[in-house]
Design a protein around this ligand. Structure first.
Ligand SMILES: C[S@@+](CC[C@H](N)C(=O)[O-])C[C@H]1O[C@@H](n2cnc3c(N)ncnc32)[C@H](O)[C@@H]1O
Length: 263
């Protein structure tokens, strides 16, 4: 069953942006029928609990997290419900102690920067390899009633997380929650999807397939003049000062050329 069918057939109300189903089908389909442990933050009228059970199959363990204590009524329908505040450290510590590790967490709770950041940070260590965390309604990062724009918006955090994933190659800082646990981050309209797989969070290294080498020159920048410049810059007769001033000039040129793409 597709996620949008599960949504439509849920017997109780659920509200989602209509673009989210593409993301759900793409990222969550591999878990169908595999009895995943799924955390649904933000229960409201219960519809999404039913939607996820229909989508993943009856073997899935669907756990709702909600601030509103009336949500405990969904326990009668076979769901596990935890009442608490997603921005509380103590809540999540107790939650994961009771629940154990999970496969999927979908945050459709309060959507403030702090709630989204806290939920992500508390959940990452408890998501199994191969699992995923979806933070929903990230357009809140551009909305005034959620305290944005802000340097510390959730989407600005995502921009930093992109660097943490990509600079794994340099390993500048030894410990980093994103670099060490998040194998990739996919941005959808309104959803940021953090794929957790520690096995893939390693520094890459260059490998050679050992095939015949015809010693072709690697032009890299695709420009003969640049290639000549590189040979010149590496030459022993060129002074340190000349090399440095050339590099500064090249940087300024690159800055000028690239600026147009950042608007
Ligand atoms: C957008 S609704 C959830 C919608 C639901 N997932 C659905 O598909 O219909 C958000 C829910 O998050 C709950 N919520 C808001 N702040 C919360 C918090 N700090 N901790 C836990 N739940 C919270 C609200 O009470 C509300 O029921």
């Amino acid at each position: 069953m597709s996620s949008v069918d599960a949504f439509r057939e849920a017997p109780y109300r659920s509200i989602k942006q209509d673009t989210y189903f593409t993301c759900y089908d793409k990222l969550l389909t591999p878990y169908i029928g595999k009895s995943p442990v799924v955390v649904d933050v933000g229960v409201l009228s219960g519809g999404s609990l039913f939607m996820w059970r229909d989508f993943f199959g009856s073997g899935a363990r669907i756990i709702g997290v909600e601030l509103n204590p009336t949500a405990t009524k969904w326990r009668d329908h076979g769901f596990e419900i935890f009442i608490g505040d997603q921005s509380s450290d103590a809540f999540w510590d107790d939650f994961f102690q009771q629940v154990g590790n999970v496969d999927i967490l979908i945050d459709d709770g309060g959507h403030t920067n702090f709630q989204q950041l806290k939920t992500l940070h508390k959940a990452i260590p408890h998501v199994r390899d191969g699992g995923v965390i979806l933070i929903e309604d990230t357009h809140a990062s551009y909305m005034g009633n959620f305290g944005n724009p802000s340097k510390y918006s959730f989407m600005n955090f995502c921009a930093n997380a992109v660097h943490s994933i990509n600079d794994r190659y340099f390993y500048k800082k030894p410990k980093n929650l994103i670099r060490d646990n998040v194998s990739s981050l996919e941005i959808f309209e309104g959803i940021s999807a953090f794929k957790i797989d520690r096995r893939l969070c390693k520094k890459s290294s260059l490998i050679d397939n050992g095939g015949e080498n015809d010693h072709a020159i690697d032009m890299q920048v695709g420009d003969v003049a640049m290639m000549r410049n590189a040979l010149w810059a590496n030459s022993k007769i060129v002074s340190k000062f000349q090399r440095k001033s050339k590099r500064v000039k090249e940087r300024l040129l690159s800055f000028k050329n690239c600026r147009q793409f950042f608007s």
